[in-house]
Ligand binder design. Structure first.
Ligand code: FES
Length: 440
């Protein structure tokens, strides 16, 4: 296997996203959106369509964070989630979750019709290598919600599966080409960091933004004193390689197992995802993907490889809605649990209604104020206690946890909530908002 690696995602190659100026004066706006990833940009787009005045600010360049590292699968099939949702909540919650994501998928189909973004209709599959029962249960759960999912036993993958659930007519695209097209007319300031929020006034380095309402779309929310997101979420790291000279799998595939793999094609490349682990912990990394590729595609070449990071919630549903029960005029979109494409669109549709004071049928399902009494809460609490008590000089500026050296990517990673820093201490991933002070 010849390895020709570009350590960047395939989307960043040839991407041509408009640059925007930074804020240089005080302004007023109706809705301030903080964060220029896909969720924030779609919120801006929807608000513009609805005739609501808004401003979006991004601390760096738009799409410089997680959005550029997605595998860009647009599907309402989020692993084997529907059986879990019925057991954790009820059939109605599962039905609403499905409906919200179907609406998101359809919105992409409508928008992408006229956009050159390599949009393709593809079937989505979640497969298992182990327990056939899980497939049967998921199909039964979907039937309860009114969705006729199909079972498949033979997939175009280079190994045998026990069974799979198929969602026909889902989609995939090039996310940066899509964004490059929709951002052109939007009101955006780049390289504009919000240093502080005083009520709904945002303080940046060169101007204040007085807003009526604020949407926080910063991947991991950066305001700690409300919403307890540091208890409700952790981050998960995963890896992608893009192979040339591999097969066309003609669909989008994901293993139901937590540490399983995912597959899709883009142009002449096969994208394989996997190697997952909690940020700051050990996992399969690129090595796992590369040895899989060597075994199953010995004549292929690795053209790109990159890593990504996802916010994981306590119950598998994103947090979209009011930032907390106590705050007014502040909204959030976070915790997409690896399903960022449809979750971003659901965020935009839901928050666009909420900021206008309109009712939305999905408000309750995605409410960030829903119960936190889930087993994952104890796991998050345990990690926080252990890492707060671990003695080391390298402490995370977010809430003080001990940082772990990541020898694969040469970064300092925080196991508590997933902040990451370069070897020199420069902030890469939030929720930390400042660089690391390295003492030698
Ligand atoms: Fe929260 Fe490090 S990310 S303590």
């Amino acid at each position: 296997m010849v390895v020709v690696i570009m350590n960047a995602s395939v989307w960043t190659n040839n991407s041509n996203v408009t640059e925007f100026n930074s804020l240089q004066q005080d302004i007023k706006t109706n809705v301030l959106i903080i964060g220029g990833g896909l969720a924030g940009i779609l919120c801006a787009y929807m608000l513009k369509q609805a005739g609501v005045e808004y401003t979006l600010v991004e601390a760096d360049r738009i799409c410089s964070g997680i959005t550029k590292n997605t595998t860009a699968k647009i599907t309402s099939q989020h692993g084997l989630i529907y059986d879990k949702l019925i057991r954790k909540f009820d059939t109605e919650a599962a039905r609403l979750y499905l409906q919200a994501n179907e609406e998101a998928l359809n919105k992409y189909k409508e928008l992408c019709h006229n956009i050159d973004c390599d949009f393709e209709i593809k079937d989505a599959y979640t497969y298992t290598l182990e327990d056939n029962n899980k497939i049967e249960k998921e199909i039964a759960a979907l039937k309860e919600t009114g969705y006729a999912a199909q079972r498949e036993d033979m997939l175009s993958l280079p190994f045998t599966v026990t069974g799979a659930v198929k969602f026909p007519n889902q989609a995939q695209f090039n996310p940066l080409k899509f964004i490059a097209s929709i951002v052109k007319e939007l009101n955006i300031y780049e390289r504009t960091t919000v240093r502080e929020l005083i009520g709904t006034t945002a303080v940046t380095d060169y101007g204040k933004i007085t807003a009526d309402k604020i949407i926080v779309a910063t991947h991991f929310p950066f305001i700690n004193k409300h919403g307890s997101y540091f208890l409700k979420m952790y981050q998960h790291r995963s890896y992608v390689i893009a192979l040339e000279n591999a097969t066309d799998v003609n669909g989008m595939y994901v293993d139901e197992a937590k540490k399983g793999m995912s597959f899709r094609n883009y142009e002449n490349l096969l994208l394989i995802g996997g190697g997952d682990h909690r940020t700051g912990k050990k996992g399969g990394n690129f090595e796992e993907l590369e040895s899989f590729a060597k075994q199953h595609y010995p004549n292929a070449q690795i053209k790109y490889r990159w890593a990504t990071q996802d916010c994981m919630t306590l119950d598998g549903i994103a947090y979209i809605g009011r930032y907390s029960a106590r705050t007014t005029n502040m909204y959030v979109a976070t915790g997409f649990n690896k399903w960022g494409m449809t979750s971003s669109m659901v965020s935009a549709m839901l928050l666009c209604d909420l900021v206008q004071g309109k009712e939305n049928p999905y408000e309750k399902v995605f409410s960030p104020s829903r119960t936190i009494l889930r087993p994952q809460l104890a796991v998050n609490g345990f990690e926080a206690v252990v890492n707060l008590l671990t003695p080391t000089f390298k402490r995370c500026p977010h809430l003080g946890c001990a940082l772990k050296w990541n020898p694969i990517e040469h970064t300092w990673d925080c196991p508590c909530h997933g902040s990451r820093f370069t070897k020199e201490g420069q902030l890469i991933d939030n929720p930390a908002t400042s660089d690391l002070k390295i003492k030698n």
